[in-house]
Design a protein around this ligand. Structure first.
Ligand SMILES: [Zn+2]
Length: 164
């Protein structure tokens, strides 16, 4: 039995019918529509990334010259990083500790960067143009793991108008 694309109504081709993943579930969508959806999502992601790049992040609760016109809630991003990053054999203790700490530092730096980028993406998605009251916390877990929590309040800022 030929399936009909739930998006455009096109009948599934014979080859597609034969090669269709038997484990696939859900409504049938033809390849053309699948490609269109993927492209649409890519465009949306690009728009979101551009908006995220403009999101202001600050530890303060406001920015001079701007007022918050909307509070869009508190958001947080969590990461767990392993501190046991090194398993390679090194030549000496000095090297071992030196390399281990620098590897961890770069890992931590990367995690921080990713946390900020993620929070900005969330902000952009919710229509905020700033995240105020940013707080970065670290929690130590057992098993050489460190939890990183970045939180802040999403706001929509607008420049202050001078009242006459
Ligand atoms: Zn289709």
């Amino acid at each position: 039995m030929a399936l009909v694309c739930t998006k455009c109504g096109a009948k599934q081709g014979l080859m597609a019918g034969l090669t269709k993943d038997l484990g696939a579930s859900g409504p049938y969508v033809c390849d053309t529509c699948k490609a269109a959806v993927a492209k649409e999502q890519q465009v949306k992601l690009k728009v979101l990334q551009e908006a995220a790049a403009k999101v202001i992040v600050t530890t303060t609760h406001g920015i001079d010259g701007y007022r918050a016109v909307a509070y869009l809630g508190v958001e947080s991003v969590e990461f767990v990083i392993g501190t046991a990053v090194f398993s390679e054999i090194t030549t000496g203790f000095q090297d071992f500790f030196g390399m281990r700490s620098s590897a961890f530092e770069s890992k931590l730096h990367q995690a921080k960067q990713t946390a900020f980028e993620t929070l900005k993406m969330i902000a952009a998605e919710k229509g905020a143009n700033a995240v105020v009251g940013i707080d970065l916390d670290f929690t130590e877990f057992s098993g050489n793991r460190i939890g990183l929590v970045l939180s802040g309040t999403l706001v929509r800022l607008e420049p202050n108008k001078i009242q006459m």
